[in-house]
Design a protein around this ligand. Structure first.
Ligand SMILES: *Cc1c(COP(=O)(O)O)cnc(C)c1O
Length: 462
């Protein structure tokens, strides 16, 4: 199994190389050269398996020779053992033909744990084998950072630096990043928004001297291994509702397009998915792009669903690559236009290809809040604001095909928004109850590439 860049001019890599590299050297994102097919009988055979066994079967073909079956079995077991629910990704029913996939039972209470816990174990296995040391730098709008820290804290061959927008993450999110005491963990509060964090991270990856000196590795949602980990729960949930004999649809609260792109991969592998619905908050560039073809950044407006507050959606590049017939040159041109600030218009052919798979919708702040309140009243289920965006948008697409809406975070991560909507303050699970008593450790940093690189070099001694 080989991986190619969406911009067509970076080296072709193995799974392990693509995972350790993150962003391709031509600025593109790695995707599999061909998507392995899972025939209907193999999909049907996932029924009744544990999450871990299903994960092994779904991911195995993407890994080539990078990890043995025995290694992978151990990696998956260690990745999901810390989850607070035996099913890992349980489904609950919200209404006729509408289901909620609870992806928030991991150690940091957000779906990102599914990918990050796995990637932590994959990195550890690969680095221990080669004796290499890497510096992981991640940018986060809140949940990625804590998930990365939780996955990499204390690992011998890794330093982890997380950039988050100062003052723009929730108290729970910040404390999850600033309270781990391991020396290899560095929480950096950047003076800027999430797009600034993401832009500085990309700049570091494009500074090859720095990249090579510190052994820079990325675990942001552009890392292919993260996308792959997320493919699994599309299979397990669809199978429990009757796939491959019955098609299902998904609605996915979307920011960087990593989670929903995993659904697209599941569909390409052969899982019968009717529709993948992109649900955005008021930062609706993806909804506008799919509606009009114009991908035009307009600046970020902070919302009550902060993990979706983006104006540039990194993984959308992967969908564009396929929509443009895998023409890396064409994708590179679009991304250059984007970098110059103007945005771009998706060609008619590509737009039609995207619309064959993806539908979209948007929830305003008021609609998000109303969605939390209405769902609580009707079902007793307490949604986080991101999941509430999904449930609101899914409402426009309910029908005879079962709809699975992804619940991406635990409500207790966003207690203010939930309390405002329901009148009740959601409690943290017992294993996290002392979060607000723990000591914080954080460094405030300017939105400046040179300053960041200097700090990382000093801290790693490289
Ligand atoms: C990251 C995140 C999202 C958005 O997921 P993408 O893969 O970036 O589209 C949605 N909800 C929550 C809670 C998140 O942490």
């Amino acid at each position: 199994m080989r991986y190619v860049s969406t911009r067509g001019s970076a080296p072709v890599l193995t799974f392990e190389e693509a995972m350790l590299t993150g962003l391709a050297r031509d600025g593109g994102l790695y995707v599999p050269e061909t998507v392995p097919q899972m025939p209907a009988d193999e999909i049907a055979a996932l029924a009744g398996l544990s999450y871990e066994d299903a994960a092994l079967r779904v991911m195995r073909p993407f890994l080539g020779d990078s990890f043995s079956d025995a290694e992978l079995t151990g990696i998956i077991a260690r990745a999901y053992q810390g989850f607070g629910h035996a099913a890992r990704a349980p489904l609950v029913q919200l209404g006729p033909n509408h289901f909620l996939l609870e992806l928030f039972h991991g150690p940091t209470l957000a779906f990102k744990d599914f990918a990050m816990q796995l990637i932590g174990q994959l990195f550890q296995t690969a680095l221990a084998r080669s004796g290499q040391r890497v510096t992981i730098v991640g940018a986060t709008s809140g949940d990625t950072g804590s998930a990365a820290i939780e996955a990499f804290r204390g690992l011998a061959n890794v330093d982890v630096f997380i950039l988050f927008p100062h003052g723009r993450v929730s108290d729970v999110q910040r404390r999850q990043m600033t309270t781990p005491s391991e020396a290899n963990v560095h929480a950096l509060a950047l003076d800027g928004d999430f797009d600034d964090c993401q832009a500085r991270l990309k700049d570091m990856f494009n500074d090859f001297a720095f990249r090579d000196a510190v052994g820079l590795a990325g675990v942001n949602s552009i890392n292919w291994a993260r996308v792959l980990a997320q493919v699994v729960y599309y299979f397990t949930s669809a199978v429990s509702l009757g796939a491959p004999h019955r098609a299902v649809s998904f609605t996915v609260p979307t920011g960087n397009f990593g989670d929903i792109f995993a659904g697209y991969i599941a569909q390409r592998m052969g899982l019968p998915i009717d529709r993948l619905v992109v649900a955005t908050n008021q930062n609706d560039i993806l909804h506008r792009a799919l509606a009009s073809g114009a991908y035009t950044p307009t600046g970020v407006t902070p919302s009550i669903s902060p993990s979706m507050d983006i104006q540039v959606s990194s993984n959308f590049e992967r969908a564009l690559f396929d929509a443009y017939g895998r023409d890396g040159g064409a994708v590179a041109q679009l991304m250059d236009a984007l970098k110059s600030g103007a945005g771009f218009t998706i060609s008619q052919g590509a737009l039609e290809a995207l619309r064959e798979v993806f539908a979209s919708g948007r929830a305003s702040e008021q609609e998000t809040s109303a969605s939390i309140a209405a769902t609580f009243k009707a079902t007793g289920e307490v949604l986080c604001p991101h999941s509430a965006v999904g449930v609101k948008v899914a409402g426009d697409y309910l029908g005879p095909t079962p709809m699975i809406t992804l619940a991406t975070a635990h409500p207790a991560k966003f207690p203010d928004a939930v309390e405002a909507a329901t009148g009740q303050r959601p409690a943290l699970p017992p294993r996290m109850a002392d979060l607000f008593e723990r000591q914080e450790r954080v460094t405030r940093v300017p939105n400046d590439l040179h300053a960041l690189e200097t700090l990382i070099r000093e801290r790693t001694g490289r």
